[in-house]
Ligand binder design. Structure first.
Ligand code: SF4
Length: 411
C-alpha cells in the first residue's frame, strides 16, 4: 500500500494537500449518513458575505449586499448560538465577517460574550483601513486576521484583491486588538517577487504571519478555469524556504513546515480555536451556511446556499470510520509542522507508530526523529502515508477514470 500511495503522490502531488478527504466526492461515495452535531467543545461561526470573489477562493461566499438578507442571516446565527451550551474557543470566519453592517456585527459578537472564550475574526485590508465603525463593533474579539496575500499590484489584481497601499493603514487601525495575524499566499499567478511580499508583511510588524501555498485545484476557483499551471512541489518548497529564512531573520518563528509564524515566543500565532481543533483534535460545531461540524464519528456540513440554509434545508452528513477520522486529524495537524505523539495518544488512545510507517518517513528524511516535518518539497509523499488504504484506492480509481475520459494527447 505504501508503494501505491507514493506512486500516486509522485504522479499527482497536488492531490495531497493538507485537506482531507482529497475530494469531497470520496466521502459522498463512501460515508453518507445522517444526523446533526448539537454541541461540541469549539465553535465556528461562518459569515459568507464578500464584496467580490477572489480568483483563488472556493469558499462558500455570497456576494449579496442586501442588508435585510444579512439581518435574516444574523438572526439565524444568533438563534442557533443561543442553543449552544459552551465553547472553549471561537473563530468567526467566512467570507468576510466584517462585511456585516456594524449593528449586526455587534449583535453577533455580543451573542458570543457569555462563553468567555477567546474569539478570533477575519477581515480585509479595506475594511480595517476605512471602517473604524466596524472595528468598534468587535468588542470582546482578541485576535484579528487580515488577508494581505501579496504586496505586488500584478498578483493582487490577478487575484482580485485591492491595492497594497491600504495595508499600512489597516495594520495601524488593528493595533487595538491583542493579536494581529496577516496572511500571505505564495505561488500566486503574477507573483514576481515573493521575498518582497514577505518583507512587506514583516515591515508592518503584525504579531503573526501566515504563509499559504496557493492551491490550483478544486471546483469553484476562477483561476482553476484558466488552466494555470500550478508550481511543482520543488518550486513551492523553494518559495517556502525563502519566506521562512526571511521571517526567522526578522524574529518570526515556527517549527519547520508550519504555515504560521509568531514573534511571541511559545505562541503558534494561530487562533486558539485552530490550535485546539487541529492539534488537540477537539470536537467542533459550525454555525452558518456550509459550516462544518465534527463530533465523534459524525462529520456534517450545513447547506451551502444561504437561502436554503435560511429555509432550514439540511446539508450533508457523513459517518466516518475511525481510520478516516484519524487521517483527517493527522493531515490537518501536520500544518503546524509536526505530529505530537502525546496529543495523538490522548486523542486516539494508541501510538502513531502502531498505525503509520513513522520509521519509514524518518528514514526517507521526510520527518525528523521527533516527528517534525523535515522536507517541505516531500510533503505530498509524506501526507500520502497517512491516507487510508480506502482513500488511496478511491483516488487511484478517480485518476484512472479521468485518464480514460481525457486521454493524454499523442505526440
Ligand atoms: S479569499 Fe476571502 S475575501 Fe476573497 S472571496 Fe474568499 S472569503 Fe472572500
Amino acid at each position: 500500500m505504501i508503494e501505491r500511495a507514493l506512486a500516486l503522490a509522485t504522479a499527482h502531488p497536488h492531490d495531497f494537500t493538507l485537506q482531507y478527504p482529497p475530494r469531497r466526492e470520496y466521502f459522498q461515495d463512501c460515508f453518507r449518513g445522517s444526523g446533526r452535531v448539537e454541541d461540541a467543545r469549539l465553535l465556528y461561526v461562518h459569515v459568507p458575505f464578500c464584496a467580490h470573489r477572489c480568483s483563488y477562493c472556493n469558499f462558500a461566499v455570497d456576494l449579496s449586499a442586501d442588508e435585510a438578507r444579512m439581518e435574516r442571516y444574523v438572526d439565524a446565527l444568533v438563534a442557533r448560538i443561543g442553543r449552544v451550551r459552551a465553547a472553549e474557543a471561537i473563530d468567526i470566519g467566512g467570507g468576510t465577517p466584517t462585511r456585516l453592517p456594524p449593528h449586526l456585527l455587534r449583535r453577533l459578537v455580543g451573542s458570543l460574550a457569555r462563553f468567555g472564550a477567546p474569539i478570533s475574526i477575519e477581515t480585509t485590508p479595506e475594511i480595517a483601513a476605512t471602517r473604524p465603525d466596524v472595528l468598534d463593533a468587535l468588542e470582546g474579539v482578541d485576535r484579528v486576521s487580515v488577508g494581505l496575500q501579496s504586496s505586488a499590484g500584478d498578483a493582487l489584481s490577478i487575484a482580485g484583491r485591492p491595492d497594497a497601499a491600504l495595508h499600512a493603514r489597516a495594520l495601524e487601525a488593528l493595533r487595538r486588538f491583542r493579536r494581529i495575524n496577516v496572511d500571505l499566499v505564495f505561488g500566486l499567478p503574477g507573483q514576481a517577487d515573493w521575498a518582497a511580499d514577505v518583507r512587506h508583511a514583516i515591515a508592518l510588524a503584525p504579531d503573526a504571519i501566515t504563509t499559504y501555498d496557493c492551491l490550483y485545484r478544486g471546483k469553484g476557483r476562477a483561476m482553476t478555469r484558466r488552466s494555470l499551471q500550478a508550481p511543482s512541489p520543488e518550486a513551492y518548497a523553494s518559495l517556502y524556504e525563502e519566506g521562512r529564512a526571511l521571517l526567522r531573520a526578522a524574529g518570526y518563528d515556527a517549527p519547520y513546515g508550519a504555515m504560521t509564524y509568531s514573534r511571541h515566543r511559545g505562541e503558534t500565532g494561530t487562533s486558539v480555536y485552530f490550535e485546539r481543533r487541529l492539534l488537540d483534535g477537539f470536537s467542533y460545531l459550525g454555525v452558518g451556511n456550509y459550516a462544518t461540524s465534527h463530533q465523534g464519528d459524525l462529520w456534517t456540513f450545513e447547506n451551502a446556499s444561504v437561502d436554503r440554509f435560511l429555509r432550514g434545508a439540511s446539508g450533508d452528513a457523513y459517518v466516518l470510520p475511525r481510520d478516516e477520522t484519524i487521517a483527517k486529524y493527522v493531515l490537518l495537524s501536520l500544518s503546524f509542522g509536526f505530529l505530537d505523539p502525546a496529543r495523538y495518544r490522548a486523542r486516539f488512545g494508541e501510538e502513531l507508530g502502531d498505525r503509520f510507517p513513522m520509521r519509514f518517513a524518518v528514514e526517507r528524511g521526510w520527518l525528523t526523529e521527533s516527528y517534525g516535518v523535515a522536507s517541505f518539497g516531500d510533503l505530498p509523499k509524506l501526507r500520502s502515508l497517512f491516507y487510508t488504504p480506502r482513500a488511496i484506492a478511491w483516488l487511484a480509481r478517480a485518476r484512472e477514470q479521468q485518464a480514460i475520459a481525457r486521454p493524454e494527447p499523442r505526440a
